[in-house]
Design a protein around this ligand. Structure first.
Ligand SMILES: *Cc1c(COP(=O)(O)O)cnc(C)c1O
Length: 234
């Protein structure tokens, strides 16, 4: 019941203000930052409330959960869905029809499967590469050292538009502690711009409820925020 009391519209306004303030602190244009409302575990009615408050980009971490929700919200024009969780190769086929951006590509093998399905479905799949910057064993993502080779291979796959990098920073008490993680991701992106110039390295997806302001200060173009918008998850 508590979740029904959440004022999604007020939360969104607050988050947008904080994003703008963080951007302005470092001389960035706030419009460079896309807010993705991460709606995993949140029902379609609450997503609809966020849409009514002007939110257009949403994130899900599981294909199966997203399928029902996206179907239930198919009447909403100009809504964009981002996949932010690990994608199994056997879910690639439905994922391509559901998501406008797959942020969590974490292996060359997965990218190859996406490429094959994109050709079958006559689509171009827009993707980001997930990077495990801090090398946490519990997390998915490329290790920074393997990124240049992997990116070069993936950039050459047909049916794929490689658009940038994504990371999930370690959970810490003070968001300042993960500033170096975000800075590293930006550096990796800058290197890839030189190493793999055939891709347009437009996006840095980094920053969640606890750390998005630091991420915006460090150059995030996409922030993925759940709890600050929808309240705590069950
Ligand atoms: C759940 C999730 C988020 C949002 O997390 P909050 O802490 O609720 O803001 C962002 N990115 C990914 C990959 C997630 O799984």
């Amino acid at each position: 019941m508590a979740q029904l009391d959440v004022d999604i519209s007020a939360n969104l306004a607050e988050v947008r203000l904080c994003i703008a303030a963080a951007a302005l602190r470092v001389g960035r244009d706030p419009d460079e930052v896309t807010l993705v409302a991460v709606s995993k575990t949140i029902d379609a009615a609450r997503v609809r409330a966020a849409y009514a408050a002007g939110q257009r980009h949403f994130g899900e971490n599981r294909v199966q959960e997203a399928e029902g929700k996206i179907g239930a919200l198919a009447d909403l024009a100009d809504i964009h869905w981002h996949l932010v969780g690990h994608l199994q190769t056997n879910k690639v086929r439905p994922a391509l029809g559901l998501f406008q951006l797959i942020e969590s590509v974490d292996s060359v093998h997965l990218a190859e499967a996406i490429s094959r399905q994109a050709l079958v479905q006559e689509r171009v799949a827009h993707i980001l590469l997930e990077v495990n910057v801090a090398g946490e064993p519990s997390k998915y993502g490329f290790r920074p050292a393997e990124l240049p080779d992997a990116a070069a291979r993936i950039a050459g796959l047909p049916g794929i538009a490689l658009r940038g990098l994504m990371t999930v920073a370690p959970a810490v008490a003070d968001p300042e502690e993960v500033r170096p993680v975000f800075r590293t991701l930006r550096g990796l992106r800058d290197d890839l711009q030189q190493q793999v110039p055939e891709s347009r390295w437009a996006h840095l997806s980094m920053g969640m409820t606890e750390d998005f302001e630091v991420a915006v200060e460090e150059g995030a173009t996409i922030v993925r925020i759940g709890r600050a918008i929808f309240g705590p998850r069950a």
